[in-house]
Design a protein around this ligand. Structure first.
Ligand SMILES: C[S@@+](CC[C@H](N)C(=O)[O-])C[C@H]1O[C@@H](n2cnc3c(N)ncnc32)[C@H](O)[C@@H]1O
Length: 233
């Protein structure tokens, strides 16, 4: 029955786009991540459809594994996540959430777009007891009344237009004393986000992570907590 579901996921994904298994080291383990095979082609196609006036076309930024996810994966190895409830927002290929699950957490991986969630379900299949995969659009969807002590997001601060909705979603889902970890490759726009989010009552700290695979591109880990519920994360 379970194998039947995995097969059905593979078929549904293949009907939507070309994909393959990419070998990746996650949480220090060799893993296979189901990944779109032609992210550049998909982006070009989306741009052409937008230029032609089609409405509702979403940029398929989920289709690549962003370097910021490798940095967050590495940083998570210094956190004790065993038995912790973790929410990943804008998961794309789900590398950060997968890392948390392989580190012993119970993880809910979410994205605003449905297509990547097909692939994420395949990537987490061997550890599906530790993972839930859901659609969650910033500012629009809510996972019931659930609150999480850890919220992760890799490269999800790259558009100013997201910030208000993203912050709303963080407040809705963060447990008292909880910690948000957002990673980015030191984009200028994220420098702006740092100031913006602090002005909205968040306590902000940051760390720099250098991954062995790409020492020239350090990754910033932004740690956010609400002032009214400080703790150590
Ligand atoms: C740059 S990609 C990063 C993907 C992944 N976290 C990584 O680092 O590889 C941004 C992700 O945010 C998702 N996203 C964009 N807008 C969103 C929204 N309004 N609500 C939820 N997810 C959104 C995209 O679908 C995409 O997966």
């Amino acid at each position: 029955m379970h194998d039947h579901k995995a097969l059905s996921l593979k078929l549904r994904a293949s009907r939507r786009f070309a994909w393959h298994w990419a070998p990746v080291v996650v949480a220090g383990q060799s893993w296979k991540i189901a990944t779109a095979s032609d992210p550049d082609g998909m982006l070009l196609d989306a741009c052409q459809r937008q230029d032609a006036g089609e409405s509702g076309v979403i940029d398929p930024f989920w289709a690549a594994i962003w370097h910021a996810a490798a940095g967050l994966d590495q940083y998570l190895q210094s956190c004790d996540l065993v038995g912790q409830q973790v929410l990943e927002l804008g998961c794309g290929t789900g590398r950060a959430g997968l890392s948390a699950a392989l580190s012993g957490a119970q993880v809910t991986l979410t994205d605003g777009v449905s297509d990547p969630l097909l692939l994420v379900q395949l990537s987490v299949w061997p550890i599906r007891q530790s993972c839930t995969v859901r659609r969650l659009r910033f500012g629009k969807d809510r996972l019931g009344e659930r609150k999480f002590p850890w919220i992760l997001g890799s490269d999800i601060t790259y558009l100013r237009s997201f910030w208000k909705d993203l912050e709303h979603t963080l407040r809705q889902h963060l447990a008292p004393g909880g910690c948000v970890l957002l990673s980015d490759p030191f984009r200028s726009i994220a420098h702006e986000f740092r100031d913006w989010v602090q002005a909205r009552g968040w306590c902000y700290r940051e760390e720099k992570v250098v991954t062995p695979g790409d020492q020239k591109r350090p990754i910033r880990i932004m740690k956010l907590q609400l002032h009214e519920h400080p703790s150590s994360c």
